[in-house]
Design a binder for this molecule. Structure first.
Ligand SMILES: *[C@@H]1O[C@H](CO)[C@@H](O)[C@H](O)[C@H]1NC(C)=O
Ligand SMILES: *[C@@H]1O[C@H](CO)[C@@H](O)[C@H](O)[C@H]1NC(C)=O
Ligand SMILES: *[C@@H]1O[C@H](CO)[C@@H](O)[C@H](O)[C@H]1NC(C)=O
Ligand SMILES: *[C@@H]1O[C@H](CO)[C@@H](O)[C@H](O)[C@H]1NC(C)=O
Ligand SMILES: *[C@@H]1O[C@H](CO)[C@@H](O)[C@H](O)[C@H]1NC(C)=O
Ligand SMILES: *[C@@H]1O[C@H](CO)[C@@H](O)[C@H](O)[C@H]1NC(C)=O
Ligand SMILES: *[C@@H]1O[C@H](CO)[C@@H](O)[C@H](O)[C@H]1NC(C)=O
Ligand SMILES: *[C@@H]1O[C@H](CO)[C@@H](O)[C@H](O)[C@H]1NC(C)=O
Length: 609
């Protein structure tokens, strides 16, 4: 069988040369150690162009801002091309069209993006196949990044080349303006993909150097789809996009119409007839064998795809409206045993634990805001309820309570390691960065403090309590002084000035709590001292490093990482700068914390050796 394959490959190669288009790399892209870089060669008419990718919305990359950040694409462009708003959160598995700038790098086309590793278990393969859904390949990642597979760790920044290409002169002449990179799904075949995007099978076959429309496609590998114009939103406008894919499910059985299109292709490509005949015989034998194998391996999807298409109608994430009866039942009639704190209760909702917060003020503003934002580091609103003038907000349940409680409660050095503390700082910084810069309009939280930062079962932090949040557009001055003592920025206290820099100031105080373990307001016999003032005084002194160590709560002290405490304290003081414009941006803070995180990791390794 091998010699047959070899012949097939050689023939295939010759044909693709004569066609001069890209070549489908088959399942070799799944091999990280491939001898050749999986590539789309730089053979187009132009060396740069706008290309398109199809990405399936999946948590956490299920919103326009999230996907734009992952792909280094333009949020406004994604919104326009998919006919949604810049804040849209897509239903799971919704196919989103991503415009990217594709350009030649060496002899290959690519669209460049960056990826920050955030979890411990990521590998090049998982990043390429799962996170980027096959739009990049592990082989390309290995080649573009200096780190070997085993030194990947949270905080590292990877170069990610996304697979794309620009039309060749021939394609351009035939009216193809864009090439769209599409990652094959289980059960896809060329006919189906052609129908779905209303592109002729012949164009797809030619664009990817396939033999014919029966060529085997491997899931999670990409093909190029030539398009005459920008596709409109995949689920509206064009009836073909809406049609359930199921109608094309039966495997392409022998049918006369197929023979016809095949003939067309080969007449079109102008290859000698004898050649074609040989090829046909050889390929039929192989394709039959492969087809049988594939059907066994990848059972065709049945109705689930259709359900998703129906679901797509409902694009924005809308919180559920609960019945009061449901809340009463879940919280056992607001039993004191279910009380978490204040007016917050936990309740069991169909096996899932959620938190229910009672409020007597109108919460519609908070609800409206929370349903528009969606970020791992911002608390998720699951639903709400109004009953006899009372409002109830239902949130995801955060098992480890507030950061303040955690800092007070935890005594063991192991559980309160720097690794966890820096992760918490990064979580909060990422949440605020999103809130300030990636929502439209941007928001100012106005009440960041360690009691409004909650920890889930994995000690990952989420920002909560948006009752004071304000749109950045309406920022200005406010004489109604609200907030929490110890966290309020001087310009707010003195002039009522409201800008996103007030959140940066408050974040600086939270950083100091993470360093020292102490509360934002330290109560001593002589009176109250602000933590920020105390640390500022220490850091200005002569033996800052040693004094800081003495100031840190005994059970938070770790011998070998004074340097880390010192660098976090320094970052914090920059956030606490009196002049708001001199405070760093959230983006700068995130990148600074990522560097510290790498140092924590390295310090740990050296101390272990
Ligand atoms: C590009 O990929 C093809 C196989 O997909 C391979 O034959 C070719 O050598 C690669 N080109 C380079 C320069 O690595
Ligand atoms: C690509 O090149 C052609 C001619 O070489 C030019 O007319 C066209 O505007 C170029 N397209 C882009 C997007 O640069
Ligand atoms: C994104 O695209 C819009 C036009 O669609 C443009 O005005 C804006 O400058 C672009 N943003 C970036 C960062 O390129
Ligand atoms: C875009 O969506 C709106 C409704 O959300 C619809 O009225 C409009 O026809 C859509 N436009 C296109 C081009 O699909
Ligand atoms: C591509 O680059 C141009 C400027 O070079 C920019 O305006 C545009 O927004 C970019 N497109 C995307 C999708 O990033
Ligand atoms: C590749 O990613 C897909 C999701 O995009 C996943 O279903 C599949 O299991 C992954 N393949 C492997 C070998 O992990
Ligand atoms: C499909 O594409 C053809 C041109 O290739 C066009 O005439 C036809 O209107 C398109 N069909 C739909 C439903 O968009
Ligand atoms: C063959 O294709 C035609 C339409 O092109 C269709 O009407 C017919 O049912 C098909 N036959 C089989 C056996 O699928």
């Amino acid at each position: 069988m091998n010699w047959l394959l070899n012949i097939l490959c050689i023939l295939n190669f010759l044909i693709s040369c004569t066609k001069g288009q890209q070549e489908y790399s088959g399942n070799s892209v799944l091999n990280c150690k491939n001898e050749y870089e999986t590539n789309y060669s730089c053979n187009g008419r132009n060396s740069t162009c706008q290309a398109l990718l199809i990405f399936k919305a999946r948590n956490p990359y299920n919103s326009v801002p999230g996907i734009a950040a992952l792909m280094s694409s333009n949020m406004s462009e994604i919104a326009r091309i998919n006919n949604v708003t810049r804040l849209t959160v897509f239903v799971p598995e919704k196919e989103v069209i991503i415009p990217v700038n594709c350009s030649c790098s060496g002899s290959y086309y690519q669209a460049k993006t960056m990826y920050y590793i955030s979890a411990l278990i990521e590998t090049y393969f998982v990043i390429a196949n799962n996170t980027y859904q096959g739009l990049s390949t592990c082989n390309a990642l290995v080649r573009r990044n200096e780190y070997d597979e085993f030194s990947l760790r949270p905080g590292l920044e990877l170069q990610v080349p996304l697979r794309c290409a620009c039309p060749t002169a021939k394609q351009a002449a035939k009216g193809s303006k864009y090439l769209m990179t599409y990652s094959i799904d289980v059960g896809d075949d060329i006919l189906k993909v052609g129908k779905r995007f209303n592109v002729s099978v012949r164009n797809i076959v030619e664009a990817n150097g396939f033999l014919d429309e029966n060529s085997v496609l491997y899931p999670f590998t990409t093909i190029l789809i030539p398009l005459p114009s920008e596709p409109s939103n995949l689920d509206t406008g064009n009836e073909n996009y809406r049609k359930p894919i199921r109608s094309f499910s039966p495997p392409p059985a022998a049918n006369s119409s197929k023979g016809k299109s095949k003939r067309n292709i080969y007449i079109g490509s102008g290859v000698a007839t004898g050649f074609v005949l040989l090829l046909l015989v050889v390929s039929w034998v192989i394709l039959l064998a492969l087809f049988k194998k594939r059907d066994r391996k990848f059972p065709r999807k049945s109705s689930s795809h259709e359900d998703i298409l129906v679901e797509i109608a409902n694009i924005d994430h809308v919180p559920k409206v609960f019945k009061f009866k449901e809340l009463k039942h879940a919280t056992r009639n607001f039993d004191s045993k279910n009380r978490i704190k204040g007016s917050v209760y936990w309740g069991g909702f169909k096996g899932e634990i959620l938190a229910v917060k009672m409020a007597i003020t109108d919460v519609s503003r908070e609800v409206n805001m929370l349903h528009k934002i969606n970020h791992f580091n911002l608390i998720k609103l699951c639903g709400y309820c109004e009953h006899k003038g009372c409002f109830y907000l239902v949130f995801e349940y955060m098992k480890n309570g507030s950061l303040r409680e955690w800092l007070t409660r935890t005594k063991s050095r192991d559980t309160i390691s720097w690794k966890k503390r820096i992760q918490i700082a990064l979580d909060v910084a990422n949440g605020l960065h999103y809130l300030h810069s990636f929502t439209k309009p941007g928001y100012i939280h106005k009440n960041i403090n360690s009691r409004n930062i909650l920890l889930d079962s994995n000690i990952r932090a989420k920002i909560a309590n948006f009752s004071l949040a304000k749109e950045t557009d309406t920022s200005g001055t406010s004489w109604e002084l609200v907030g929490t003592t110890g966290y309020m920025a001087p310009e707010y206290v003195e002039r009522g000035s409201v800008t996103s820099k007030m959140d940066i100031y408050a974040f600086g105080v939270v950083l100091l709590e993470l360093v020292t373990g102490k509360d934002a307001v330290i109560v001593e016999e002589s009176g109250e001292i602000l933590l920020s003032a105390a640390v500022a005084a220490i850091m200005e002194g002569e033996n800052a490093e040693i004094e800081l160590d003495g100031f840190i709560k005994a059970d938070m002290r770790e011998d070998d990482d004074l340097g880390i405490a010192f660098s976090v304290a320094n970052l914090s003081l920059r956030c606490l700068t009196r002049e708001p414009t001199n405070r760093p941006s959230m983006e700068e803070i995130v990148s600074c914390l990522l560097k510290i995180q790498v140092n924590v990791h390295n310090a740990k390794q050296t101390s272990q050796n």
